[in-house]
Ligand binder design. Structure first.
Ligand code: SF4
Length: 470
């Protein structure tokens, strides 16, 4: 980990830890989501549904070449056009060229994490189009000039007052800090955009290989507007977001809303099969599907392959104690939280996100709640080993652990270390715990306490209780 990237990461973390509004919003949001998710697990035979999701995702990823080709053939058979984009630049270029060719002035977008991953909005603005996010949370972060904070709830970090301020600036007048007033305002503005947009861009929760169908799962109806009102619809999706057939969707559509938002079902499940056909009442005349690789094929067949099983439910973010403190922006990537701490270094390279595998307590909560049974905590450990093997480890950590290993092999050195630590920690103790200190101790106690050294060590207790002569 370079000093510069570590410092930048520390600054982002400090900024989150020092923001009391943010701390309150994240923890209350996480508590709320966890309560709903627990309810789901009590209502359903949750392990059986997870078995079914795991089976579908394992099978699809193991045969991804076949299903990607089948999906593309079916989209084209129905009249759509398919672009296999090897990387972010190719995907951006394809969509930007389309915008220019169409002379598009206004592009509406429904939620797409992949478009965030490839930096699509800026490319389209450079191509001359106004880009408007139409998912309410995405619109809020777009107005704030920020990245999504959470993969399911992009504006989870914003208070009502902050949203009121953003929408008031957009409206050019002071709006009331009332959810009804603000959503009515957004609906009014977005209706106009839907009706006048030249191109609609959506993500894709899952593509159905057997039918060439693009399936969107949304709660606001903006996905339907984006994909039916403009004359051109562009789907930007990761190449791994496929299932073999419509039946395979059943367990995913059962688990995703519960795990993602604590809902039995999402308000809208939209299935789009090809562009408008003769006789159709609505729908786009042109459908383009951009299948983005951008590092995914290099994960296939590797020890990290299961990360491609992810269904983007966001449950790992809601369970993570580190995300709870540092929030989504500290990760500085399209995918925050445990999924992002694994996926982003794999997609962009460990050298781009060297600190992310270390942004975890390794408590395993993410692996425990994962809807696709991805061993996230194991992957974080593997990535740490990769980072150290690549020379990216911290010299002070390496020296510290070497010293620890040596001390544990030498009982006398260990006993001496215990005595030194007991005396050395005493000045930093307050009210039964260590609350500050120099160096690494200070970094630790900045946001959590540290237990005081035991007055008598286990070895001392053991010796005192051992019957004499034994
Ligand atoms: S890693 Fe698992 S829990 Fe996290 S978003 Fe993906 S499927 Fe959901």
């Amino acid at each position: 980990m370079t000093g510069a990237s570590r410092e930048a990461f520390d600054r982002r973390v400090d900024s989150a830890l020092g923001d009391p509004v943010l701390q309150e919003v994240i923890s209350s949001g996480q508590d709320y989501m966890q309560a709903l998710q627990e309810q789901a697990k009590a209502e359903l035979d949750w392990p059986a549904w997870l078995d079914a999701v795991e089976a579908v995702r394992s099978h699809t990823i193991a045969h991804l070449d076949f299903y990607a080709a089948q999906f593309a053939d079916n989209v084209e058979r129905l009249g759509g056009r398919v672009c296999f984009a090897a990387d972010a630049a190719e995907a951006r270029e394809y969509v930007a060229a389309l915008v220019k060719r169409k002379g598009a002035k206004l592009v509406v977008k429904s939620k797409s994490m992949v478009s965030e991953e490839i930096g699509l909005n800026r490319a389209l603005e450079e191509a001359g189009a106004e880009v408007v996010e139409t998912d309410l949370g995405e619109l809020i972060v777009q107005l704030a000039g920020e990245r999504p904070f959470h993969i399911v709830a992009p504006a989870a970090h914003k208070s009502l007052a902050q949203i009121r301020d953003l929408f008031s600036t957009m409206a050019g007048e002071e709006l009331a800090a009332d959810a009804g007033v603000l959503t009515t305002f957004a609906r009014h503005v977005l209706r106009e955009k839907f009706l006048t947009a030249d191109i609609g861009i959506s993500g894709c929760n899952f593509g159905v290989a057997a039918t060439g169908t693009v399936v969107l799962v949304t709660n606001e109806g903006n996905g339907r507007m984006t994909t039916t009102l403009p004359q051109t619809h562009v789907v930007v999706m990761g190449v791994e977001r496929l299932v073999p057939d419509l039946q395979s969707l059943e367990p995913i559509l059962a688990v995703l809303p519960w795990a993602g938002a604590g809902e039995r079902i999402t308000a809208y499940v939209t299935a789009i099969t090809g562009p408008r056909r003769p006789g159709d009442g609505d729908g786009p005349e042109e459908l383009h599907v951009v299948l983005v690789d951008n590092g995914r094929s290099s994960i296939l067949g590797s020890k990290y392959e299961k990360i491609l099983h992810c269904i983007r439910c966001g449950a790992c973010l809601d369970a993570c104690p580190v995300y709870r403190k540092i929030g989504g922006h500290a990760y500085d990537c399209a995918y925050p939280g445990p999924i992002g701490a694994v996926l982003s270094p794999l997609l962009d390279g460990l050298e781009r996100h060297p600190e992310l595998p270390f942004a975890s307590s390794l408590c395993g909560a993410c692996s425990e709640v994962c809807s696709a049974r991805i061993p996230l905590a194991d992957y974080l450990l593997e990535l740490r080993a990769d980072a150290v093997a690549a020379g990216g480890g911290s010299a002070s950590w390496t020296a510290g652990f070497r010293g620890f290993a040596e001390a544990t092999r030498r009982p006398r050195a260990w006993a001496l270390g215990e005595r030194v630590a007991k005396v050395a920690l005493r000045p930093f103790e307050r009210h039964g715990s260590v609350r500050w200190g120099p160096g690494l101790l200070g970094l630790w106690t900045r946001s959590r306490d540290f237990p005081p050294w035991a007055r008598r060590s286990f070895r001392e207790l053991w010796r005192s209780r051992r019957p004499s002569g034994s």
